[in-house]
Write a protein that binds this ligand. Sequence first.
Ligand code: TXA
Ligand code: MG
Length: 309
Amino acid sequence: MKKDLSNIKKAKYLLDYNHCVAIPTETVYGLAANAYSNKATSKIFKLKKRPKSNPLIVHYFRIRDLKEDCELNNNFHKLYNKFCPGPITFVLKLKKKSKISKNVTNGKNTLAVRFPKNSVTRSLLSFLKYPLAAPSANIYTQLSPISKKDVREEFGKKIKFILDGGVSKVGLESTIIDLVNKPQVLRLGGIDIRKISKVLKRKLNYTKNKSIKVPGQSKFHYSPGIPIRLNVKKRHSDEAFVLIHKRKEFDKNYFYLSKNKNLKEAGKNLYKTLRKIKRLKFKKIAVEKIPNIGLGRTINDRLKRASKR
Ligand code: TXA
Ligand code: MG
């Protein structure tokens, strides 16, 4: 995707004046605002219809800027060097002198941060004097958007500007890892946690915590608003059937995430496919069994939540 400087400048102008702008990232599109401004960040919650208790991820261009707001530690540096910019979010201790708006953290003393990879957004961040708070650019509990068109579908004319950066390459939200104490995975995402384990030289488990630390862990999230049946071998006649390997027969109700069990490709196609099925007004979705390894775990996690009603 070619960088269009005039659009980046327009986004900067609006953000400088405390407006929200949708921005492309390699995971999903975000609904961004100046993370240092109470006025700007309060607009995010209003637009998304998101409870104030659910804190936001803040997006940075470089470590030098992050040092103003958070305490960095060894584990952070190891993971940063390996994966950033990329689909990983770190929960770190917030510095007392940080200018981050209370809306972002919900008054907590930790901050979720990440360094997005999309070149359009990196260019935008490089021009700004503040980092960007940005949750996924969807209405609360709905499907995350992976293109400009998806964001428009979510918000219509309610947002002033969507910065186009092409289709999100990963298509799944970032992996969230809490580094405040012992490293702990809070959300499965675009980076396989086995790769993170390897860098930290310690085994990381992901278990859904009983205390909901990340509201993305609440059931009923990422919902296309249609009941989903998982691990299905044969679809019912009224179901859209989501598949990850090629079947011999043609069926207009078949929707392929991948044709050869490629989990990276399947991850990239997940939200796009669910959105398409929704647009076609299917009332039910069936999903073939997806291997529960690597990104397959993330895909299954999202599907399970979407299937809870
Ligand atoms: O890939 C992504 O992470 C995308 C793009 C736009 O960057 N963003 C995203 O944001 O998925 P959101 O708001 O949809 O999900 C962020 C999750 C929420 O579940 C929130 O509760 C959690 O991060 N979170 C934010 N701050 C936190 C903190 N200090 N401690 C623990 N969890 C936190
Ligand atoms: Mg979200």
